[in-house]
Design a protein around this ligand. Structure first.
Ligand code: NAD
Length: 254
């Protein structure tokens, strides 16, 4: 018996990183999973033994009509949507004076509006079923991060959206929670390294050492650390938890 036997889940950004591990864990626990990703094509191959329970859909979450089309396809294929994990996200770091309008817009459009688009598109299905689990992916950066006004604003916005939707949708049987990861070792952390000089970090290795030194658990996070909490929030083990933000950062704060 798996935690998600018979359940239908959507994971945005499921082609790699935290999303990929989340997809794998949901599959192992019995779910059918639709991967919404700009890189979705061929993603199935990463999930050997479970390929027949995966739908890969190439979609840019920042485009509402694309998202609605993709959600309709999931609805037509599986006839219900139990879980959505809004995990797709990007970084475009820069100090405020150098940050372009495009860098601001891209990050807000993908991270914040993308999560809104997906929540909006699945809500009618979840309301009809009187059941749904929405898990949004925020970040420790919501508390503030240098040269990341766009990213921090998008991730803080996700926290507000999570609480607002939990209030709006709770009586329809829909739970809305978020995880807020700290430094997790994925491709995105390599993007972060590439942007280090834009954040005034001359030596990224020393920056990483200092991060670990001040972290109570004394290590970086792994995608599994985040996926485990997402799994809890997406399952019926969190049956009296809604509107919560769980920091997965090995630390109580910054
Ligand atoms: P990643 O870059 O490894 O993976 C992100 C995935 O999202 C990719 O598969 C990418 O193709 C997809 N994606 C990006 N833009 C998209 C779009 N417009 N439409 C559809 N798919 C899109 O990143 P990750 O580290 O696995 O991060 C996953 C989530 O966790 C993100 O929301 C990120 O902001 C958040 N997060 C990551 C860290 C970290 O340190 N890695 C820390 C805090 C929060």
């Amino acid at each position: 018996m798996g935690l998600f036997d018979g359940k239908i889940a959507i994971v945005t950004g499921g082609a790699r990183g935290v999303g990929e591990v989340t997809v794998r864990q949901l599959l192992i626990q019995g779910a059918r999973v639709a991967i919404f990703d700009r890189l979705a094509e061929g993603a199935k191959k990463k999930f050997k033994d479970h390929e027949e329970r995966i739908l890969e859909i190439t979609v840019d979450v920042s485009n509402l009509s694309d998202v609605e089309k993709a959600v309709r396809l999931v609805g037509e294929t599986y006839h219900r949507i139990d879980v959505i994990v809004n995990n797709a996200g990007i970084l475009q770091d820069n100090f405020i004076e150098e940050m372009t309008e495009e860098e601001w817009d891209q990050v807000i459009d993908i991270n914040l509006k993308g999560s809104f688009n997906c929540c909006k598109a699945v809500t009618p299905y979840m309301k009809r079923q009187k059941y749904g689990k929405i898990v949004n992916v925020s970040s420790l950066a919501a508390l503030g991060a240098t040269a990341r006004v766009n990213y921090a604003a998008s991730k803080a916005g996700i926290q507000g959206m999570t609480r607002a939707l939990a209030l709006e949708l709770g009586h329809s049987g829909i739970f809305v929670n978020a995880v807020a990861p700290g430094y997790i070792e994925t491709d995105m952390s390599r993007v972060s390294e590439a942007f280090a000089s834009k954040r005034g970090i001359a030596d990224f290795d020393s920056f990483k050492k200092a991060y670990i030194a001040k972290n109570p658990i004394q290590r970086f996070g792994q995608p599994e650390d985040v996926a485990n909490v997402i799994e809890f929030l997406a399952s019926d083990k969190s049956a009296y938890v809604t509107g919560q933000i769980i920091y997965v950062s090995g630390s109580p704060g910054l």
